[in-house]
Design a protein around this ligand. Sequence first.
Ligand code: ASP
Length: 439
Amino acid sequence: MSKVVKFGGSSLASANQFKKVGDIIRADEERKYVVPSAPGKRHINDTKVTDMLYGAYALAEAGKSFSKELKEIKLRYEEIINGLELQTNLDSEFDTIAANFKAQAGKEYAASRGEYLNGIIMADYLGFPFVDSAEVVKFNEDGSFNASLTDTLLKEKLKDLKGAVVPGFYGSLEDGTVKTFSRGGSDVTGSIVAKAVHADVYENWTDVSGFLIADPRIIDRPEVIDTITYRELRELAYMGASVLHEDAIFPVRKEGIPINIKNTNAPEDKGTWIVESTCQRSKYTITGIAGKKGFCSINIEKDMMNSEIGFGRKVLQVFEDNQISFEHMPSGIDTMTVFVHQDEFMDKEQKVVAGLYRLSQPDEVEIESDLALIAVVGRGMKATRGTAGRIFAALAHANINVKMIDQGSSELNIIIGVSNDDFEAAISSIYDIFVVAQL
Ligand code: ASP
């Protein structure tokens, strides 16, 4: 049995946090492969080391002095080293980094040093070998991730090691140039390592005890989701829930490896399990609620639309021509409504309307702005009667006007459109009816 454990920035922001992480790893000998992030914020007004590195490198790029900034970064690491009473000396590492900054080694190289240095400290602290991700995580020339080469290299490197520290977030191109994933990308590294070693679990340690059923800025202390399927998570992520990098799902999902989101500051909490499929019923009919404000609807009306061949294609063609992606497209017999992100649409509004008249010759085009979409997601819906009824009764009770309803045939989610102003109240009333009422 082996587990891959990834620790986020806040879990490694200080010596104190490192100690918690050390205790967690030592408490379970299956926790063999460790993927650290760079030190994150120690308190709300603090700066992440990754951001400090971007800042210092911007100065280097502009030909300005960056020594004060680099020194501050070094201090962050020294504080950790001293607090852990280690002998790790990063002097020569920082000399190399300064020289590479001067030689303009690139923004991604700069950012990657956050994880690289934290990995060196972590390896020292645990007595585990350090594996430089630049040697084992590979990208193609066009910048895309090279999954098969990475898998081969990682397997080869890790096969004889009983444990290892593999820093998150970066890898390299064929010629050795350092490249990073997008922000939050250490989650992706953890997933790739878990796949390569056929881990039994990928534990992703952060500063929350798992995914919450709803946004805590809207619901006071919402319940934690204990088990969620990958598909459900996708439906929620797409509406804006972000604890885990989206790309972290694919490597482990293909191998049937579950992800367990855990809290470094409350290691006894069970956290959230993300699994491919499960016969575990969720505690409530719904697994989660997520949503986003700032959509526009374009309602296109035309008599006999239902019998006109190619009408839908022509409408969507207009959006494609204007480089606008659409979010949802509910339709009626003589109407079609297209939901788009308001900020993407605003500048192109009149071009779209003109295009619609030209290509699809509608009777009328009506635009409504400031709309919010809410996804109510749950694998339990399929087997439960009356879910939609309960949602709409709750919304009616809260005096909320529903502008759009869309239920996918998978019966995994129901999407509801309301006005921006009703967004929070709508989420509260849905949470109340499914969760609070069941407590
Ligand atoms: N340190 C990087 C960031 O701040 C990557 C990560 O933490 O996953 O985005």
